[in-house]
Design a binder for this molecule. Structure first.
Ligand code: NDP
Length: 241
């Protein structure tokens, strides 16, 4: 029987590429999303991957959603914490609401999703937790104190949990993408992209969502069992942590 993989924010952008790559690798995939029903329906129509709607910021919704998925598809072997948002503002203009929304989704959301799957993975002596952090959690980014703090927090969480999971056959790793060609990045003004962003990337191009997805597939595999607590940077050489 194929292993079950759950990808948060798995119906769009990088998450959609991760869901598809895991499906291609033979996993039974469940993808969650927050509110964009149209994108989720189109994604399920295209791939056959089931989508589930709840906010990762809500612990009880995560626990209930995970129970439902495990009843429908089987025990979750791979959890990819990919869902994320930005609420950018320079710090002197950042509101408590902007701070809270990003911490609740990008950091607490990772706790909320991982906690309900953890005991089952421990009991079964196998699990893969893969957290999608960001280059901006490593280097910090002006205008993103909330996002950088949350994404850096994800890295600390990864390292601590890797130590707890090691003896139980659970690996916990993080991937820090640089600029990836998702709708969000493609929406940036072409001139800004060409003159200000791409010149900062030594390989001279944006990353593709599939390049992150292939890294996830590797970390999820049995062959990656000795890799835990790692932060893999995938940023075209823009920053070395
Ligand atoms: P997108 O904005 O394209 O997609 C985000 C996904 O997360 C959507 O499926 C969205 O659901 C879901 N989501 C957002 N909030 C919640 C929530 N509260 N609960 C559940 N799902 C939620 O993002 P990207 O693909 O660009 O980014 C994916 C991850 O990669 C994020 O964690 C991001 O921080 C990280 N990253 C992205 C980079 C980039 O260049 N794009 C660079 C570095 C890191 P819905 O469709 O319903 O809105």
């Amino acid at each position: 029987m194929s292993r079950v993989a759950l990808v948060t924010g798995g119906s769009r952008g990088i998450g959609a590429a991760i869901s598809k790559a895991l499906q291609d690798a033979g996993y039974t995939v469940a993808a969650t999303y927050a509110g964009n029903d149209e994108a989720a329906q189109a994604f399920t129509g295209e791939t056959g991957i089931k989508t589930y709607k709840w906010s990762v910021a809500d612990y009880d919704a995560c626990a209930a959603g995970i129970r439902q998925i495990e009843e429908e598809l089987g025990p979750i072997a791979v959890l990819v914490n990919n869902a994320g948002i930005t609420r950018d503002a320079m710090f002197h203009k950042m509101t408590p609401q902007q701070w809270k929304e990003v911490i609740d989704t990008n950091l607490t959301g990772v706790f909320n999703m991982t906690h309900p799957v953890w005991s089952g993975m421990r009991d079964r002596k196998f699990g893969r937790i893969i957290n999608i952090s960001s280059i901006n959690g490593q280097k910090g980014q002006a205008g993103q104190a909330n996002y950088s703090a949350a994404k850096a927090g994800d890295l600390g969480f990864t390292k601590a949990l890797a130590q707890e999971g090691a003896r139980a056959g659970i690996t916990v790793n993080a991937i820090c993408p640089g600029y990836i060609a998702t709708e969000m990045v493609k929406a940036i003004d072409e001139k800004v992209l060409a003159e200000r962003i791409i010149p900062q990337i030594p390989v001279g191009r944006l990353g593709e969502p599939e390049e992150i997805a292939r890294t996830v597939v590797f970390l999820a595999s049995d062959q990656a069992g000795f890799i835990t607590g790692s932060t893999i940077t995938a940023n075209g050489g823009q920053y070395f942590a």
